[in-house]
Design a binder for this molecule. Structure first.
Ligand code: FO1
Length: 325
């Protein structure tokens, strides 16, 4: 940035799940193209289909940062076709999970490398590098973890609940199968140790950010981070912008608002960005010892992603000065 008045380099760590998280992660990459950005991504949505290892949230972040995400859905690849899936349907196979032809290439290569013994961290780094992505996209752990959703119809696998049954079931509980055996990967630990800001993206706090925080040792590391930790609320005006986060918070007994989100992160959170329609909630959050920044948090386009990222980083910088960190 020749000639521009640059402050010191930021080491940005973002925690993200699916589409909303990927958009802000993209905004951070656009806002600070020269600064190191690490995106730690939920992998508890991962599952096996047709023998292939699918990592929906990793791919959503990767395609978004790589500029090839489908703009209509936020997941999958722009302009992708479904010839393979159509043929699978002709054979009588399952077609409830929409897998594009180009997207399948990602799953095929990921599965091949995992079977050869590479870690998910290594495989993701290789795929992201091939797409020309500068940011480090890191899975929350390398061990398999699977979100199981407790509903009146019984316990469901996450994608069964989310895609096949279209989030229609009431969520009575969440179980993270395999989480006890998971550990914070070395790259994630190193990124947190040198972070100058940690941003919790506006992803579902229960099933997107929740699993990342549940990796043994992660939450403790976040509490010990020597930098402002700020979140962007995914709940705006009492509703989730996308997905079932609002209904999930309600059925699990949480307040469906930025206050409810702040409470879930209270033990490590320094500040939260909330939408202007929720300005009246600020005093209740501040009473919890958490700083609040009010702005337009709805990311309508690329400029909106970048603007929200800029504001979030500026807010964090003010907090850093206040605490003298
Ligand atoms: N979400 C859907 O609602 N329907 C789909 O058919 C679907 C397919 C799909 C394929 C690849 C991929 O990476 C993501 C896909 N998603 C689909 C999104 C994804 O399952 C969810 O949004 C996340 O798991 C929640 O974060």
């Amino acid at each position: 940035m020749a000639g521009a008045a640059r402050t010191t380099e930021e080491h940005i760590v973002a925690l993200a799940g699916g589409v909303g998280g990927a958009k802000l992660a993209h905004g951070l990459a656009l806002a600070r193209p020269d600064d190191p950005l690490t995106v730690v991504v939920n992998t508890a949505d991962d599952f096996t289909l047709f023998g292939l290892h699918i990592s929906p949230d990793l791919d959503t972040v990767m395609y978004t940062l790589g500029g090839i995400a489908n703009p209509a859905t936020g997941w999958g690849i722009a302009g992708d076709t479904a010839a393979a899936l159509e043929m699978i349907g002709r054979y009588g196979g399952e077609t409830w999970f929409w897998l594009g032809d180009r997207d399948l290439a990602t799953h095929i290569l990921r599965t091949e490398r995992l079977r050869a013994g590479d870690t998910l961290t290594a495989v993701t780094a290789r795929l992201a590098a091939a797409l020309g992505i500068r940011a480090a996209i890191l899975p929350m752990c390398d061990e398999p973890v699977a979100t199981r959703v407790e509903t009146p119809a019984g316990e469901l696998a996450f994608q069964d609940y989310f895609v096949r049954r279209r989030q229609a079931d009431e969520v009575r509980g969440i179980r993270l199968q395999g989480i006890e055996a998971a550990s914070v990967p070395p790259g994630v630990a190193a990124a947190l140790a040198r972070a100058t800001v940690v941003v919790l993206c506006p992803s579902n706090p229960i099933v997107s950010i929740g699993p990342i925080l549940a990796v043994p040792g992660f939450r403790e590391r976040l509490r010990a981070v020597d930098a402002p930790v700020v979140a962007v609320s995914p709940i705006v005006g009492g509703a989730a912008l996308k997905g079932p986060a609002d209904r999930m918070l309600a059925s699990l007994g949480h307040e469906v608002s930025a206050v409810g989100v702040a409470r879930l992160y209270q033990d490590f959170l320094d500040g939260i960005v909330i939408d202007q329609v929720d300005a009246s909630l600020a005093s209740r959050i501040e009473a919890m010892g958490i700083a609040v920044h009010v702005t337009d948090t709805v990311m309508r386009d690329e400029a909106g992603r970048r603007a929200l990222a800029d504001e979030t980083l500026a807010f964090a910088a003010r907090l850093r000065t206040q605490v003298g960190a």
